[in-house]
Design a protein around this ligand. Structure first.
Ligand SMILES: [Fe+2]
Length: 368
């Protein structure tokens, strides 16, 4: 079937539709031709050789085919099948004997448009031809509109895809700017977000996350501390001895961060990472005291990555731990602060995590 692949629609508007009549019985063929030629709005071609007729059919644009069923070289069913396979918009009318029920059943199965039972009235022939021509016209129009619609949908889809890619690039650039703005406020954590992202992706790969999941994890990890943009620099940079109220301010940064990204239309998991990365596995974290698997997996991963980077980064007020000690410290706090399985994965896959860390995944990687 090649429905919808040929569009001689415009041609149809300007030229008279052509009808092909095939019958090896010459007197009947002459009778049909003479009857149809009285009509002026279509042209008629008649052939008594079905093989030649089929060849002619393939070489020309016919709107309707009328064929006898019982012919020497090819049957009307062969003609019907060939026409339908070539272009199923062309109606085929079969001339049959009144008792040939099996032929009629098979013809219907093959998609015959109408039967003319012998002997038939000239008026029936003319009415059937007019209806078949109308059916052909409608089918051609439908396939033309279908084609137009398909083209339109393809064009709009391409435009949308392009717009989506531009929007995605735009919001990732915005994220880049936001992370930079947040990090310049905190002299101790410059580059922290990117390192946490690299560690989290390493852990995510070891956990078995797919590409799309890793992409969400990357964005969430990158933005996990975004809410600190709302915390004054003096508090963020205070080396030691935060007052209770200052600590309360810092504890608001997951909620503030989730509020900032809310209107961006990012995946829900990104907000969850931001909101839950300070929750503890035993329920003693903040801001909501969520426990165990109520904390999203990605947030549990980022929590481990966040602490690992904090422990291995130098601070003015304390020395940093080496990677081995930091891994041990996290493993020691499994089931307390950290997810026990992720703590174990960090311990078992330290080389993988450090490998990802040393490859320095940049924001440009996120843009791809
Ligand atoms: Fe944080």
């Amino acid at each position: 079937m090649i429905f919808g692949t040929r569009f001689p629609f415009n041609k149809m508007k300007n030229e008279k539709p052509r009808i092909l009549v095939i019958d090896d019985d010459l007197p009947i063929l002459d009778c049909v031709r003479m009857s149809l030629q009285t009509e002026k709005d279509y042209t008629v071609t008649t052939l008594n050789d079905p093989v030649k007729a089929l060849k002619l059919f393939y070489e020309n644009d016919f709107a309707v085919v009328i064929s006898d069923v019982k012919m020497g070289k090819l049957s009307g069913l062969d003609i019907l099948k060939a026409v339908r396979e070539h272009d199923d918009r062309i109606p085929v009318v079969l001339i049959t004997g009144s008792s040939d029920e099996e032929t009629m059943r098979r013809s219907i199965h093959l998609g015959v448009y109408e039967f003319l039972k012998k002997p038939f009235e000239i008026s029936s022939l003319i009415v059937t031809v007019r209806q078949a021509l109308e059916a052909h016209k409608l089918r051609m129009q439908n396939s033309h509109y279908e084609h137009e619609l398909k083209t339109l949908v393809q064009e709009r889809t391409a435009e949308l895809t392009d717009t989506k890619a531009k929007l995605e690039r735009s919001y990732l650039n915005t994220i880049h700017v936001m992370v930079n703005a947040m990090e310049v406020k905190d002299i101790y954590t410059l580059g922290h977000s990117e390192r946490v992202t690299a560690i989290a992706v390493g852990l995510g790969k070891a956990v078995g996350l797919g590409m799309e999941e890793l992409r969400e994890l990357r964005i969430g990890a990158l933005l996990h501390d975004l809410g600190k943009i709302g915390v004054i620099s003096d508090v963020l940079n205070k080396a030691q001895g935060l007052t209770e109220s200052e600590y309360d301010i810092i504890k608001q940064h997951p909620i503030a961060g989730a509020k900032i990204v809310g209107p961006l239309g990012l995946p829900d998991t990104v907000s969850k990472i931001i909101l839950q990365h300070h929750e503890w596995y035993n329920g003693e974290g903040y801001p909501y005291g969520l426990k165990g698997n109520d904390i999203h997996l990605y947030a549990r991963i980022v929590s481990v990555a966040d602490s690992f980077d904090a422990m291995t980064s130098k601070r003015v007020y304390r020395s940093n731990l080496d990677y081995g000690r930091a891994t041990q410290e996290i493993y020691k706090n499994r089931s307390k602060q950290f997810d026990p399985e992720i703590s174990k994965i960090l311990q078992d896959n330290r080389e993988l995590v450090l490998g990802v860390l040393s490859s320095k995944i940049s924001l440009n990687d996120l843009l791809e």
